[in-house]
Write a protein that binds this ligand. Structure first.
Ligand code: C2O
Length: 347
């Protein structure tokens, strides 16, 4: 992106691909930050133990209390603090609506529906996690993941019904217990489906999105978004379309025009559950890669050297490249090892 190009942008809402809608949004950082110095990303100190991201539905009260404390502080920071929750949400808006131009053209940059999807969101939640940790001065703090691909995780995790994790802009029909998520939700609720039927359907669908439908790199990672005028390619990977988009739409409030908050790019990251949703997406990238014996997914320098800007926990503006985020151990975190039940759900 070209940082000095931040401008009004357009949220393309194509949850319903037959009737996409576009509307204007503005999510640029305060003008006072326009000449901020930029530093290059450096790997975190690896003498500290790895942070372990665990399942969000585990009833770990101490962890939830810690996270609650960190998030409450984050929510209390003023908007001109880049670590504030409002700014964290708007970073997503910025990169999803073309608010910055691409470095080499005057086209808006948009990180969804292409090969930027996985690495960009990994960066976003990496910084988010470290900011939360620093707000409570706890190096071991980690995000947790919404394990919607395993039967016990298909309910909305209990912690999201408690403050400060509540978002009132959610679907009352879907986000309630014991409702099993439809991870391939496509606007229509199937009220005849029993919970265990929904679970088996979900597992078979996961198998398709992770294995049988994701054998070619591009099918999983999304299309090749190259530098240059016609850069934007619009070909999301399997997981990005669903469960990713599907659950965004499933969680967002049905009576809002764009299923806000979760159901629209500009508002999605205002819901705390966004970060648990994306931790699972991030975990599944790693699982897919492991299934391919960790063969590098893409070696095109246009991908590896693409860079984005985020504020770190010290409020410094950092330039980070995709090649920096391909190994989570180097980033100081990992996911708890669990079984992936859909691996045995070949239809
Ligand atoms: Cu950038 Cu889950 O969307």
């Amino acid at each position: 992106p070209n940082l000095s190009s931040c401008h009004n942008s357009t949220n393309i809402w194509d949850f319903d691909p037959i009737h996409p809608v576009a509307f204007p949004v503005y999510c640029c950082p305060p003008k006072s930050e326009s000449n901020e110095p930029v530093i290059d990303f450096e790997f975190p100190d690896l003498s500290a133990p790895l942070r372990v991201r665990k399942r969000a539905h585990l009833p770990d009260r101490d962890y939830i209390a810690k996270y609650a404390r960190a998030l409450s502080i984050m929510k209390s920071l003023p908007y001109d603090d880049p670590r504030s929750f409002g700014r964290q949400a708007d970073i997503h808006c910025l990169y999803c609506t073309g608010a910055y131009n691409q470095k080499y053209t005057n086209e808006g940059l948009s990180i969804h529906r292409s090969w930027f999807f996985f690495p960009w969101h990994r960066m976003m939640i990496y910084f988010h996690e470290r900011i939360l940790a620093s707000l409570i001065d706890d190096d071991t703090f980690s995000l947790s993941f919404w394990n919607w691909d395993a039967p016990e995780g298909m309910l909305t995790p209990e912690m999201y019904f408690e403050e400060p994790f509540i978002d009132i802009e959610r679907s009352d029909n879907h986000v309630r217990r014991p409702k099993v998520a439809d991870i391939n939700y496509n606007y229509v609720d199937d009220f005849n489906l029993k919970p265990d039927e929904q679970i088996s359907k979900n597992l078979a669908f996961m198998y398709h999105q992770m294995v049988s439908g994701a054998k070619k790199v591009e099918l999983f990672m999304g299309c090749t978004y190259k530098r240059g005028t016609t850069g934007f390619c619009n070909g999301p990977g399997t997981i990005e379309v669903a469960p990713h988009n599907a659950l965004h739409g499933w969680v967002g409030k049905d009576s809002n025009p764009y299923l806000e908050n979760m159901g629209s790019f500009h508002s999605a990251a205002r819901d705390p559950i966004f970060y648990a949703h994306h931790s699972n997406i991030d975990r599944l990238w790693g699982v897919w890669k492991e299934l391919r014996n960790n063969v590098p997914e893409i070696i095109d320098p246009d991908w590896l050297d693409s860079y984005f800007y985020f504020h770190n926990e010290k409020s410094q503006l950092v330039r980070i490249k995709i090649r920096d985020v391909l190994n989570t151990t180097k980033l100081g975190y990992e996911y708890e090892q669990i079984d992936n039940p859909w691996l045995n759900a070949r239809p």
